[in-house]
Design a protein around this ligand. Structure first.
Ligand SMILES: *[C@@H]1O[C@H](CO)[C@@H](O)[C@H](O)[C@H]1NC(C)=O
Ligand SMILES: *[C@@H]1O[C@H](CO)[C@@H](O)[C@H](O)[C@H]1NC(C)=O
Ligand SMILES: *[C@@H]1O[C@H](CO)[C@@H](O)[C@H](O)[C@H]1NC(C)=O
Ligand SMILES: *[C@@H]1O[C@H](CO)[C@@H](O)[C@H](O)[C@H]1NC(C)=O
Ligand SMILES: *[C@@H]1O[C@H](CO)[C@@H](O)[C@H](O)[C@H]1NC(C)=O
Length: 609
């Protein structure tokens, strides 16, 4: 701010002195952030390195899109299920022609014309590859190499950038500039399955565990220590349901960070847990150079977990795995590398441009919310709203750090606010913090209790959406007075919305069975239940469920219950015991885990039992 005032004064004195030949270009600061926690500033970025700038133009009609989204997603609204077409959604996020024109002029003044640009279908994003030197000139900034303290990865970024005053109101954000996020998969460290054959044999003869909400009221005793497809079907009352798979239903799983899912491991998994699905495979769509190297020992645990459970639970519903490339590290001495943004935007570009995206899509990757600039989080979240309006349900894992940052070592935990104040603060994750996605927390064991790593809490960026008001207010009212004052934002979007099993999953990796856990497991599991519900709906000639949350919260009080309420457990972090699982919604398991049988009746009978 101060430097802006200085520039303005300087300009006044210049113009007073003598009208110069060239009109000086007054820049106005767009973003100015404190030095990010966890990163060390290195030398200047090589000026000839290429970066791809993403420029977001304002979406003046977004509020209108949001209104449509809520109407078509509210089960008590007459427009429920009347999702918007791709063209209708695009029309509602298209920038004002003046914004497009002004940004075009600005780019042209730097020698960048239509042929150099790539635009999103709605023209609300412009991408352009430029050398660092030009980016610095355009935004009156200086790029540096920044080194991550934890993993040594390097990126090139700046902490402050500007645009010409006349362009300022026509641009929401430009990245990569201030984006210091570190996207990560939500799989906790996995371990080779320890279950010995003898233990398995004794469990096989143990009597089933009684769970009133489960199919037939019983769950195999082995499910208390090893989660398989059968366990999930029993626990969530989905035994015997046979999806059509031929009614246009489709499920998608996203993968990032150069991870891919291995076909051979999937067959081993099917042979073990879903023999009728043997030989069936999935479509792989690489985006932005995403890898799909089928080398057996190079598959990602995250990608294998997500695909094996989602595709095992939903067989024979058609399925797609999206492998999206682009992430740090940026290696400053590797010639002219491109330095990527956080890759959700690349995936969103692709899927928003798809005429027929899957009705259910699950993602188990996230960033600490505070490392994502607010302007960027809002725009990505708006992209998720666009998908919701088109009838797509999005699930995201809520995180594996309880209320903290997931680092088991207290010495390196970073429960410090990144806003320059450096105060202790719980660490919610983005995208689960976006109100237009369904955040999935985790449970463990039979009967189910909350798993202690289940990410939960309150966004510091997004305010609480009205669909959560009643449920979350009840939870907050029960908290002892003054609980965690200053550590969280009680007015924020509350996380998670729902939960599912999240530990002791048996999957195959590099040819061998392993036991793996994380809310990574919960998100595709919950998404699978949704995909089965969509299958039932589509077969009955009804539209897909789309954006789920208004429906999920509306179904909280049905009888019989649509969710298994989880009331035991807490999610420690940042040196605190975290929040408790309680009756009703809570900040560790949300509304609870799904009861497919009850939900199916509800979604087929227009939500009346
Ligand atoms: C399930 O396992 C947990 C943890 O080992 C144990 O406390 C619990 O008693 C077991 N439940 C049943 C029904 O055996
Ligand atoms: C899978 O393919 C193998 C080899 O062609 C065949 O023997 C087997 O019956 C197939 N299994 C299924 C479930 O289709
Ligand atoms: C996959 O990676 C391995 C090891 O890095 C390499 O040897 C192999 O050539 C790669 N395969 C493909 C298809 O890229
Ligand atoms: C923030 O505060 C903590 C605890 O007082 C301290 O250890 C850490 O170095 C501080 N970080 C920064 C970036 O000032
Ligand atoms: C969690 O429950 C324990 C035991 O009932 C209680 O002492 C504690 O205050 C509760 N914590 C929160 C954050 O509600």
């Amino acid at each position: 701010m101060r430097s802006f005032v200085y520039v303005a004064l300087l300009l006044v004195s210049l113009t007073n002195a003598a009208p110069g030949p060239a009109k000086p270009c007054v820049h106005k600061v767009k973003e100015d952030i404190p030095s990010p926690i966890g990163w060390v500033k290195g030398g200047p970025a090589p000026s000839d390195a290429t970066i791809e700038l993403r420029i977001a133009l304002p979406q003046p009609n977004f509020a209108e899109l949001e209104r449509h989204l809520y109407e078509v997603s509210d089960p008590f609204h007459e427009r429920y299920g009347q999702h918007l077409s791709q063209a209708e959604v695009e029309a509602l996020v298209t920038p004002h022609p003046e914004s497009i024109h002004t940004v075009n002029e600005w780019l042209a003044s730097h020698g960048l014309y239509e042929d150099d640009l790539a635009r999103s279908p709605a023209k609300d994003w412009v991408r352009v590859k430029v050398p660092v030197s030009l980016a610095e000139e355009m935004m009156d900034t200086k790029y540096y190499v920044w080194v991550n303290e934890k993993d040594g990865n390097t990126i090139i970024r700046t902490t402050k950038y500007s645009v010409p005053e006349n362009v300022h109101g026509h641009v929401d954000l430009i990245q990569p500039t201030t984006l210091f996020s570190t996207l990560r998969g939500m799989d906790t460290t996995f371990r080779i399955s320890e279950a010995s054959p003898e233990a398995g044999a004794s469990l096989a003869t143990a009597p089933p565990i009684n769970i009133p909400s489960a199919s037939g009221g019983k769950v195999d005793a082995s499910c208390n220590s090893t989660i398989t497809i059968t366990c999930i079907q029993q626990l969530y009352n989905a035994v015997g349901f046979k999806p059509s798979g031929k009614n246009g239903n489709h499920i998608g799983i996203t993968g990032y960070l150069e991870q891919f899912a291995n076909f051979e491991d999937l067959q081993s998994f099917f042979a073990d847990q879903r023999p009728d699905a043997l030989n069936s495979t999935f479509e792989v769509i690489p985006i932005n150079g995403g890898l799909n190297n089928q080398t057996l020992d190079e598959a990602g645990a995250e990608a294998n977990l997500d695909t094996q459970f989602a595709f095992g639970l939903t067989f024979p519903i058609p399925r797609t795995f999206y492998t999206t490339g682009g992430s740090p590290p940026f290696i400053p001495d590797a010639g002219t590398p491109t330095n990527s943004n956080e890759p959700y935007t690349d995936w969103l570009d692709f899927i928003l441009n798809h005429p027929n995206p899957p009705q259910t899509i699950s993602t188990s990757y996230a960033d600490d919310e505070q490392t994502v600039p607010v302007s960027f989080a809002e725009r990505v979240c708006n992209g998720f709203a666009q998908l919701g309006a088109r009838g797509v349900s999005l699930t995201f894992s809520s995180g594996d750090g309880g209320v903290g940052d997931g680092d088991p070592n207290p010495a390196t935990q970073q429960c410090f606010s990144n806003d320059g104040r450096n105060v202790t603060r719980f660490i919610p994750l983005f995208p689960p913090a976006c109100p237009f996605v369904t955040a999935v927390g985790g449970t463990i064991h039979v009967p189910e209790t909350a798993v202690d790593f289940s990410g939960g809490g309150f966004s510091n960026v997004f305010t609480r959406p009205s669909y959560q008001n009643a449920a979350v207010t009840k939870f907050l009212d029960k908290l002892p007075k003054g609980t965690y004052a200053g550590l969280f934002n009680p007015a924020g979007r509350a996380i998670p919305d729902v939960a599912a099993q999240a530990d002791l999953f048996k999957i195959f990796l590099s040819g061998i069975p392993i036991s793996i856990g994380g809310t990574s497991a919960a998100a595709p599991t919950f998404a699978s239940i949704i995909s089965l519900l969509n299958d039932a709906r589509l077969s009955a000639g009804k539209p897909s469920l789309g954006f789920l949350n208004p429906l999920l919260y509306a179904l909280q009080a049905t009888s019989p219950k649509a969710f298994n309420d989880i009331t035991v457990g807490n999610n420690p972090g940042c040196g605190t015991p975290g929040f408790n699982a309680t009756e009703g919604w809570d900040a560790i398991t949300g509304l609870g885990t799904p009861n497919f049988g009850v939900l199916k009746e509800l979604v087929l009978k227009n939500f009346e039992l």
